[in-house]
Design a protein around this ligand. Sequence first.
Ligand code: NDP
Length: 485
Amino acid sequence: MTHPAQPKASHFINGAYVEDTAGTPIPVIYAATGEQIATVYAATPAIVEQALSTAKEAQKAWGKMTGTERGRILRRAADIMRERNHELSVLETYDTGKPLQETLVADATSGADALEYFGGLAGSLTGEHIPMGEDWVYTVREALGLCVGIGAWNYPTQIACWKGAPALACGNSMVFKPSETTPLCALKVAEILHEAGLPAGLYNVIQGMGEVGAALVTDPRVDKVSLTGSVPTGKKVYAAAAAGMKHVTMELGGKSPLIIFDDADVENAVGGAINGNFYSSGQVCSNGTRVFVQKGIKEKFLARLAERTGAAVLGDPQDEATSFGPMVTENQMNIVLGYIEKGKEEGARLICGGKRADMPGFFVEPTVFADVTDDMTIAREEIFGPVMSVLDFDTEEEVIARANDTEFGLSAGVFTNDFSRAHRVIGQLEAGSCFINSYNDAPVEAPFGGVKASGVGRENSKEAIKHFSQVKSVYVRMGDVEAAF
Ligand code: NDP
């Protein structure tokens, strides 16, 4: 019997599902059991061509519609996503293995927020009037044209919407390639957008591995590339886009610091560290995986952390009582287990977890290492799994320098009850998305993105509009033209 997660076809192009079984088959594996639940096929060159040509053509009329008309469609899509939240959350759980307890509140809902927010903004995207004496300049915010979105596997619905919603609001079209690991959810986003009235060809989804992504990025018809992925992939995609002078948004990896001063509320700090390390089984780019704890509260913090981490419920992700799911793939599980072994070998003190869970699927226990030093591998490299490194510190000055000593710069957090210190420290941290007495909140109203190797550009908020549109300026002369001859 066909599994309910099996999509109607692999791709969604020009307003309809499209299949081409000549492409490489991509098995979809449910991470909680290891069983194959669906198959899609990588896009052939013919599918890539169909998606790009249809998106290029459809954009012309869409770009001419009023923002209010475009926004109405996006807001209708947001409503449909909310109505179908349960069904979409179940699918997200099959696609990623993340527990339903999370997907019910963090995926289709976050996608719907983006559609609603950018749908609301679409009608108010205006230029400026700049007086120049009798003359004047006016500016127009224009669409870029054809945008490509490439997604990572941790938030397939959210990423498809975070890229699609601002792109469409600004009058662009999109071809979106999900990660080959999680190909299912973006197809639903496309289906819903079209059900809400999006004209055919404006939001297309095609499947495939890196080669398909590379074919999209290098196509001369493409005006912008927005990638969510790792730093090495980001460097490749950025370089390929630069060769064609294309616009980019790069949302890449991190190794973010979470700094806990000894005057912090311990319960809240532990909660922040749990949210910043174990949500989505640690597969979150902005995670605060280097937890710097001031020596005065170190043992108290570790004791409560171990106690609360012990309450994680590992199990069937489709059961709402489960609070901690598997790694997305067997490969990712093995990468994470490799880092845990490195942590042990290099002398970090294991507080809890530290191994594969004794159950089917790709589960790794939520793991905490203490006495981690800055040079250890687990403190330097992005693990993308449930492995928290706790490091000690004495002074504010010292911890700021150590927190910044990394190529990454996505997020940073500070827990303290001294508000002037909180702002002073945050002001000196090299990170794009920061938190005070909280961690990992990502509302659509707030800009999201990194500095240094963690990325270029911002998603969400009004900032995203700047990255999906360009400004035309027009000088208007009222009098005669003076010329030298
Ligand atoms: P990857 O970098 O491996 O892949 C990201 C996407 O790029 C995938 O769809 C991949 O296809 C595609 N891709 C790979 N090579 C190329 C290429 N040469 N040209 C075009 N596209 C290509 O990341 P993961 O999927 O493994 O996701 C995990 C990473 O994403 C982590 O490092 C994490 O930090 C980062 N991330 C960043 C976020 C942010 O907003 N800053 C949010 C979430 C994750 P395929 O995999 O199918 O081969």
